[in-house]
Design a binder for this molecule. Structure first.
Ligand code: ADP
Ligand code: MG
Length: 200
C-alpha cells in the first residue's frame, strides 16, 4: 500500500496553474513503469495534455514506447538530453519521464523549470544502481520533488520485500541494459550475500 498524491483533476481546475514534481522510485521489477503509465492514463482520462519521455539509451523493448514488465505500454519520445524536454513541452499539462536515472545531471533543473511553468511532472527511475549506490540524477531529483513514492519488488531468492537490483552477470559497467537474464530483484540480505544467497 502506498499513498499517492491526491491531486488529479485539481491541476486544471485551480485558479492559478500550480506545478509540482512526483518521483516514483524503487528497484527493477518494483512496478515503476506500471505506476507511471497508470498515473498518465488517468491524467488523459481527465483530458489533460500529456507528454512522455525516456532516454534514447533505453531501447530494451521498443524504440518509442515505454513498456512495463507486464507488457503495459505508452507512446513516448526518446531524447538524448534532459534539456530537449523544454522544447517538446510547450502546451502540455503533464510530463511523464521513465528510466530517469539514465538522463544527465541537468534533469532536476529541467523538472523544476517545468513545474515552475505550472506542469505536473511525474518521474520514474531506479534509485540505486547494481551496487546499491544512488543512481545518476535521482538523488537530486528526489530532493526537489514534492512527492516521492518508493515501490518494492519481491526478492527472487527468498520472497521478502526487495529494494535492490542484483546483477547476475559479472560486468562492472554502470549501465548494462537487460532484463531477467541480467538482473533480479533482491532483499537487503540476499543482495549482500551475492552468489552465496540460498534459494528457497
Ligand atoms: P519497473 O519499471 O519498476 O522495472 P514494471 O512496472 O516494468 O517495473 O514491472 C512490474 C511487474 O513486473 C510486476 O507487476 C510483475 O508482473 C513483474 N515482476 C517480475 N519480477 C518481479 C519481482 N521480482 N517482483 C515484483 N514484480 C515482478
Ligand atoms: Mg521500468
Amino acid at each position: 500500500m502506498f499513498i499517492e498524491p491526491n491531486l488529479e483533476g485539481y491541476h486544471r481546475s485551480h485558479r492559478h496553474y500550480l506545478g509540482w514534481i512526483e518521483v516514483v522510485c524503487g528497484s527493477m521489477f518494483s512496478g515503476k513503469t506500471e505506476e507511471l503509465i497508470r498515473r498518465l492514463n488517468r491524467a488523459r482520462i481527465a483530458r489533460q495534455r500529456v507528454e512522455i519521455f525516456k532516454p534514447a539509451l533505453d531501447q530494451r523493448y521498443h524504440g518509442e514506447d515505454v513498456v512495463s514488465h507486464n507488457a503495459n505500454a505508452i507512446r513516448s519520445t526518446p531524447l538524448q538530453s534532459a534539456e530537449e524536454m523544454l522544447l517538446f513541452t510547450g502546451d502540455c499539462d503533464v510530463v511523464g519521464i521513465d528510466e530517469a536515472q539514465f538522463f544527465d545531471e541537468a534533469l532536476p533543473d529541467v523538472c523544476v523549470k517545468l513545474a515552475d511553468q505550472g506542469k505536473r511532472v511525474i518521474v520514474a527511475g531506479l534509485d540505486m544502481d547494481f551496487q546499491g549506490k544512488p543512481f545518476g540524477p535521482m538523488p537530486s531529483l528526489m530532493a526537489v520533488a514534492e512527492y516521492i513514492t518508493k515501490l518494492h519488488a519481491v526478492c527472487m531468492v527468498c520472497g521478502n520485500i526487495a529494494s535492490y537490483s542484483y546483477r547476475l552477470v559479472p560486468s562492472q559497467e554502470k549501465v548494462l541494459l537487460g532484463e531477467t537474464d541480467n538482473y533480479e530483484a533482491r532483499c537487503r540480505r540476499c543482495f549482500r550475500l551475492g552468489p552465496a544467497a540460498r534459494r528457497v
